[in-house]
Design a protein around this ligand. Structure first.
Ligand code: ATP
Ligand code: MG
Length: 201
């Protein structure tokens, strides 16, 4: 019995310490501003995370815009849903680079989409802007890195931005507030399983 009480006491003391440490960190975080987030890495879950955040923001009545930089031939469940909730979409009108095999056309399309995204990044109306698969556009040289860095640094103070895609440029990572890497442990595709509606797009 005594033993049990001692365990309880020790547990309580430990939890109290954890609480104090968490409270101290919460109190220390006093800066309020729009965030710049990057979700990168080779695993599955980058775009779904970005769109999940847009859904979260929409659920709070916030105003969101999305730039989609690589558009597949299939439709996009998130777009079908979010357009019904007044989320603005700027979509690159080409397919995957390896399908179009036309670098000039891809670059043109990327720059047209980027011009639309830049307008969102300069517009106080938007609380959150998702730039899905943007990392590739910078890495291919379709969009100037400096132009992206400038647009992000000059955006309205309350506005958050999310960039997704593999191999995020180190200069983007450096200025971002939160960067997460999704690691590939395994993917169904490697076992010959087809991409699935509602799970993969
Ligand atoms: P999702 O949109 O499902 O969150 P993602 O944005 O992290 O995925 P992308 O590189 O944009 O990943 O790939 C989009 C498509 O490729 C999705 O259908 C996804 O399931 C698939 N995919 C993602 N990671 C891998 C992988 N490591 N191997 C094979 N296919 C993948
Ligand atoms: Mg993606």
């Amino acid at each position: 019995m005594v033993d049990h009480n001692q365990k309880d006491e020790r547990y309580k003391a430990r939890q109290q310490k954890v609480k104090e440490s968490v409270d101290a960190k919460v109190n220390a975080a006093q800066i309020e501003k729009g965030l710049f987030l990057i979700i990168t890495g080779n695993g599955k879950g980058k775009s779904t995370s970005g769109f999940g955040t847009v859904a979260r923001a929409v659920g709070h009545g916030l105003r969101c815009g999305v730039g989609q930089f690589i558009k597949g031939t299939w439709d996009c469940g998130e777009r079908n849903l979010l357009e019904q909730h007044d989320v603005t979409f700027a979509v690159m009108a080409t397919g995957f680079t390896w399908e179009t095999q036309n670098k000039e056309a891809d670059k043109q399309a990327a720059q047209t989409t980027w011009a639309e995204c830049k307008k969102m990044l300069a517009d106080e109306h938007y609380d959150l802007v998702l730039l899905d698969e943007m990392t590739y556009m910078v890495n291919y040289g379709y969009i100037e890195l400096d132009d992206v860095l400038t647009a992000i640094s000059q955006r309205p103070a309350h506005q958050s931005v999310i960039i997704t895609g593999r191999a995020a440029h180190r200069d983007l990572i450096e200025v971002a507030d939160t960067v997460s890497e999704v690691r590939n442990i395994k993917h169904a595709f490697e076992s010959g399983i087809k991409a699935r509606k509602g799970v993969d797009w």
